[in-house]
Design a protein around this ligand. Sequence first.
Ligand code: PMP
Length: 404
Amino acid sequence: CLPQADELMAWESKHGAHNYLPLPVVLARGEGCWVWDADGRRYLDMMAAYSALSFGHAHPRLVAALDSQSRRLAVTSRAYHNDRLPLFLKRLAELLGYERALPVNTGLEAVETALKAARKWGYQIKGIADGKAEIIACAGNFHGRSIAIVGLSTEAQYRSGFGPFPPGLKTVPYGDAAALEAAITPHTAAFLVEPIQCEGGIVVPPRGYLAACAEICRRHDVLLIADEVQTGLGRTGRLLACQHEQVRPDGVILGKALGGGLLPVSAFLADDRVMRVFTPGDHGSTFGGNPLAAAVALEALTLLEEEGLVAHAAELGIHMQTRLKALKSPSIRDVRGCGLLAGIDLNPDLVDARTFCEILLRHGVLSKDTHDTVVRLAPPLIITRAELDSGLDAVQSAVEELDQ
Ligand code: PMP
């Protein structure tokens, strides 16, 4: 018989590093948009592991792909070809409209891949003097937690205590295209941007920002690289969030949902003009592009298309944003988002975001706080309208409870 939830949390606290502060629930099982805790209580998952579970928990087709491929051939390394990776690369590149894709595992690895591609492109193709290449990112960004990537962060919570950081990294205010143009120098290789800042608090830039950045980057021969790890693959109601502004970045970073919620699978996509800078041996990872990951990710892309999940997210996204924006309460300062990605910005004088997430937990909904005041909602893209409405009803009840 398994230990009780309290005992499990105590063991985790005793034997694990304290690099997280999870909400007080121990999840034990998941199916579709629902999860059950160790005591058998059911919750609607409105967080989907930070957008990684677009297909919900344990989708039968993804589980079947994982099961059959794991019995056939799981891991080979890239020392050899395998018979699944080419199918995945072809489908991914064709679906996203790029010539090439480089598969790795986690989001941060794909961001590192993009930064390495950009620097090498800067030296080899743009002709930046050796050692001088610069990358520009945005204040408030979140691109992962390696030393190079937190070197791009403007948030003390991610950076502090982890320096020194690599040189050649700088930031400009998010949403301000003129500031980007002013920061570009002849040494600038790339501008790295999230179409919506997710960990930063679901910050949606002004309309036209990405298109203006794309135009500036083109004019200065700077690569525009979109981090779509959280916004990509339909989350905002378009395949890529950049498509809301008809922007086609020079490079796209995907992760999270790409692995179907079962495995870490990420990729950097670009055309040959950028990707040709990579030569054998200069980048890679043992598990990147393994047959198991390729088979599951291929099935995830197939599902996304066959089930029309991008259009579904667009339709239900309008419903979710409309219902959330209709919530009137002194506790709510702002509601932001796009598609099935929303942030409720709370009035810190009345409630903090973590407390609100705990209230939502009592109402049977998983959500997640960020930056003290913002509660994030990002349900699986497979959610039905009835399920979504039950979650939004719970949000409304939680707000009413607060206002009493
Ligand atoms: N980029 C973005 C936009 C993200 O939201 C995240 C994760 N929250 C990452 C990169 C890093 O992904 P991972 O945690 O898989 O390394």
